[in-house]
Design a protein around this ligand. Structure first.
Ligand SMILES: [Zn+2]
Length: 567
């Protein structure tokens, strides 16, 4: 049995055991009370404070509740991984509740990170191009790159309309292509079975996006509102959202504690960094950022004795703070404007709220291991952490277009022949291209010869014969070049189609092709099965998969082989 399967079998009891051994304290309840105010405000604004969520905010301030947490930056129309973190929490919560525990799920929105993060302002949509995707979003201005995410304004109405229009047009193109293909193959009911359900989903989504845009105070807020709307409303999950920018004041004590241990922390970190082959940190490192008063830029702080010093990375303003004593650091002057660095982040919420489980991210696994090792030595609260990361496949409007292309070019009976047929086509193409290139070269030589003759010749009759021959050769050459392009195109269409299946697309592509509730249920169902292990890819059902399967007998076979084809 794999580690993960074993873990999934035991996790519920593991988490229950952890929370029993590390009960939440009155201090945890007090921190939670402060946090609950922010949470309620946010969900009031997003209009997602329905009954189950209201109950969650009450449970958060009860000592005996088990707190499950995850955290992420508020990315633009993010990929599925962010949603899967929540699904993992919900899955665990349901299983703990079955055993009689009171459980709450919390999503910390890290909107204090650098605004120039790749995923913060744009995301990917599947596309038949070399990269396999179309990028949709905004560009963060150079002057804003070192600022906190929450300091970025939402786009102007015009820019916003351009963004939604760009992916609208993208889908329209592929829808039209699909409609042509259906009529070519004499398949009726395209409108009823594909176009209409797709348009309905699209209208709903555009409304939702427009609401997030209208309600948002800044770009990060807009992304957070969208996230909450999808998770709380569409997916019916009761995970609560807490934005760092709403204030980390409640965590003053864990922050002070971290500073108290800072010298030990640095020593331990650097010892483990060598072990994990990570870069060491400076001996004057402070575990949090300050946010510049003038520009909301990020200020990396350094500890020098009882002082914290730093320069704003954006406007270069300098800061010095006195926290009075190492034994009992006083952070009251800065607490309103600080946020933890990546690894210390864990200690702040784990310790402050009394967290008993954390859903981790794919990118941070190495850092999590270091964080755990340091926590062990310093006796920090460190709950079980688990990361769910796998690939989804589904046949949406875009994907079906790409499948049609692959099928049309390779004409496979079964997709396990893919590799063989692809190699065959590749060899054939390179032979054809070489042959065509030779012929083109011959044309060029002939043209050169004729042109020379034209210059030399004085005879009118001769000249017009040469000119006519030149025309014929030019036409032949053009035809050869088109043939070469066509031969090469087949391979690049295949390559682009394969590439489009490798990307992790924006959640929008999922939500256009399937109901959000069905999506969350399919994910939950996947987690409930112990086999296959949860790192295996999942094949999801779309709103029109039944219709497509009934009309295209080869589709199921390619869907079942797509992982092999793309790897
Ligand atoms: Zn500044």
């Amino acid at each position: 049995m794999s580690f993960m399967t074993k873990f999934l079998n035991n996790y519920v009891s593991q988490i229950a055991e952890f929370s029993e051994k590390n009960p939440r304290t009155t201090r945890n309840v007090n921190v939670s009370k402060e946090l609950a105010k922010h949470i309620k405000n946010f969900h009031h604004k997003t209009k997602t404070l329905q009954n189950s969520l209201n109950d969650s905010t009450k449970k958060l301030i009860e000592k005996n509740s088990i707190v499950l947490e995850t955290a992420h930056q508020p990315n633009f129309l993010p990929y599925s991984g962010i949603f899967k973190k929540v699904i993992l929490l919900e899955h665990i919560a349901r299983n703990l509740e079955k055993k009689g525990h009171s459980v709450v799920c919390l999503f910390s929105i890290v909107d204090t990170d650098f605004a120039d993060d790749e995923w913060f302002a744009s995301n990917r949509f599947p596309h038949l191009s070399k990269s396999g995707y179309l990028k949709v979003g905004i560009k963060i201005a150079k002057k804003d790159r070192k600022k906190c995410m929450y300091a970025i304004q939402k786009p102007s109405q015009d820019t916003w309309e351009n963004i939604t229009e760009s992916f609208n047009a993208h889908y329209d193109n592929y829808l039209k292509e699909l409609e042509r293909e259906f009529s070519k193959q004499n398949i009726s009911d395209f409108k009823q079975n594909i176009e209409r359900p797709f348009q309905e989903k699209r209208d709903d989504l555009l409304d939702l996006l427009e609401q997030s845009y209208q309600k948002a105070e800044n770009f990060a807020d807009m992304n957070a509102i969208f996230l909450s709307n999808v998770i709380n409303d569409l997916m019916n999950c009761s995970t609560m959202f807490f934005k760092y920018s709403d204030g980390l004041n409640a965590f003053e004590e864990p922050f002070s504690r971290l500073l108290y241990h800072n010298i030990d922390y640095i020593k331990l970190y650097n010892r483990f960094a060598t072990q994990f082959e990570l870069e060491k940190i400076q001996e004057i490192y402070a575990p949090f950022w300050y946010h510049c008063n003038s520009c909301e830029g990020k200020v990396p702080l350094q500890q020098k004795g009882n002082k914290l010093e730093g320069t704003c990375l954006s406007c270069k303003e300098q800061y010095i703070f006195d926290f009075e004593s190492q034994e009992n650091p006083n952070l009251s002057g800065v607490i309103e404007r600080i946020s933890p660095r990546a690894i210390p982040r864990h200690y702040i919420t784990f310790d402050g709220l009394g967290v008993s489980f954390y859903a981790g991210g794919h990118a941070g696994t190495l850092y999590t291991s270091i964080a755990e090792k340091i926590a062990e030595t310093l006796n920090f609260r460190f709950p079980p952490i688990f990361t769910w990361f796998n690939k989804d496949y589904y046949t949406g409007v875009l994907q079906f277009n790409y499948f049609l292309k692959i099928h049309g070019i390779l004409k496979l009976d079964s997709y396990d022949q893919f590799q063989h047929k692809y190699s065959e086509l590749e060899t054939q193409t390179s032979q054809d291209v070489k042959e065509l290139q030779n012929q083109i070269e011959l044309c060029e030589i002939e043209k050169k010869f004729l042109k020379h003759g034209l210059i030399e010749s004085q005879n009118e009759e001769n000249r017009s014969r040469i000119i006519s021959e030149l025309r014929t050769i030019t036409t032949t050459e053009r035809r050869l070049k088109i043939h070469m392009q066509q031969a090469e195109n087949k391979i690049s269409i295949l390559d682009n189609a394969i590439e489009s299946f490798r990307i992790f697309p924006s959640i929008i592509d999922y939500l256009l092709n399937m109901n959000a509730l069905s999506l969350s249920e399919q994910w939950l169902h996947f987690l409930e099965k112990t086999e296959p292990p949860i790192t295996q890819p999942q094949l999801l059902k779309t709103n029109f998969c039944k219709f497509l399967h009934s009309k295209f007998s080869w589709l199921m076979n390619i869907e079942n082989n797509i992982e092999i084809i793309t790897s």
